[in-house]
Design a protein around this ligand. Structure first.
Ligand SMILES: [Zn+2]
Length: 353
């Protein structure tokens, strides 16, 4: 090899090493046979390209055309059932008719940093079908270093209708419908809205977790989100049908809530109002979100184990699909979504490749 060639090779290796280290965070997802295409969220809005909120988008298309469903996890990456339910879907489900689009880490920047309460490790080892792999337990908000600006004193939603604590300016689920020229988190919300419009998403679910019922009781509040499905007012009929079916088929009782119109910026309200997509948000109880617990176990808690919470999230997905098919002509048919009873029997590890 001559000198010139050697220099070219060395530069190439240097660039490769630098790019490996500068790539901030890439989650471990091992797609199953159902995944037919892969995109980045920036394909729908170049304004987030080469930022740490750009995130993988998995496309699962059936052979026959039909309805389109968007499934989101990781808006708050410490809400483990949301991310792992999305990953289990990507790794197991097969779409026969229609299309499912899955974003397992809706806020990838938030997933790239550990939970700032410091109670849970950033990476949680699990034994899966192919051996040891790690689940990600991230923070609730975009990394402030990625956001690139200081938090305001008070975060006023661009509608001027709702005020939140300053750091909520980095909470994806306070930033919808987002702004093309807004903050990084606002651009992230805008990109998701663009995807929904471009892909003609018929209905969508944003999977979350909350405190446990006991913790709500302690705080003496009537407010209890722990097992709920929040519906945009336009999606109420479909939500009611899904919850009735869920109870009938599984005995699981999930409370139905309608989006509060005065809490601006939340996915179920804004996506439903700014797109043609029927919008839902689910909540299961996560012991790691209980302020009173010092050493919570987000995977193997005796009362609220991860398999139980993922099982409920995926049953909600199944019931939303079923009720969509009952109400509308265009169909969505998906096979091999792990069921609640199978998850309880075999554990969530059995559904990770
Ligand atoms: Zn959440």
């Amino acid at each position: 090899m001559n000198k010139k060639k050697l220099i070219v090779v060395l530069i190439f290796i240097f660039v490769l090493i630098v790019s490996c280290f500068s790539k901030e965070f890439y989650p471990d997802i091992r797609p199953g046979d159902g995944v037919t295409d892969f995109k980045w969220l920036s394909d729908y809005f170049p304004g987030i390209k080469e930022t740490n909120v750009d995130t993988p988008v998995y496309i699962m298309s059936g052979e026959a055309t039909g309805a389109t469903f968007l499934l989101m996890g990781g808006t708050h990456p410490g809400e483990l059932a949301g991310t792992v339910a999305a990953i289990s879907f990507i790794e197991n489900a097969v779409v026969k008719t229609g299309k499912v689009i899955v974003i397992p880490y809706s806020n990838l920047s938030a997933a790239s940093i550990p939970d700032l309460t410091g109670k849970v490790s950033h990476f949680l080892p699990v034994q899966t079908k192919s051996g040891k792999r790690y689940l990600v337990f991230g923070d609730r908000r975009t990394d402030i270093n990625d956001e690139g600006i200081e938090d305001p004193e008070v975060f006023v939603h661009p509608s001027d209708e709702t005020e939140y604590k300053g750091d909520e300016s980095r909470n994806l689920n306070r930033n919808y419908p987002g702004e093309e020229n807004g903050t990084l988190t606002s651009k992230l919300a805008f990109a998701i809205i663009n995807l929904i419009n471009e892909e003609n998403v018929d209905f969508n679910l944003d999977m979350h977790e909350s405190r446990t019922p006991e913790e709500y009781e302690k705080s003496n509040s009537d407010y209890n989100l722990s097992y709920s499905l929040v519906c945009n007012p336009k999606a109420l009929e479909m939500g009611i049908l899904a919850m009735l079916n869920l109870e009938l088929e599984t005995g699981i009782n999930v409370k139905l809530e309608e989006s509060a119109k005065n809490s601006r910026g939340l996915s179920h309200l804004e996506i439903g109002n700014y797109t043609n997509s029927l919008s839902f948000l689910s909540e299961t109880p996560n012991p790691a979100q209980d302020p009173s617990k010092n050493n919570p176990d987000p995977m193997y808690d005796s009362k609220y184990p991860l398999k139980h919470r993922i099982g409920i999230q995926l049953e909600i997905v199944q019931m939303l699909i079923d009720s969509y098919n009952m109400l509308f002509e265009e169909k969505l048919e998906v096979e091999k979504i792990p069921t609640y009873s199978d998850l309880m029997k075999y554990g969530f590890e059995a559904y990770l490749n």
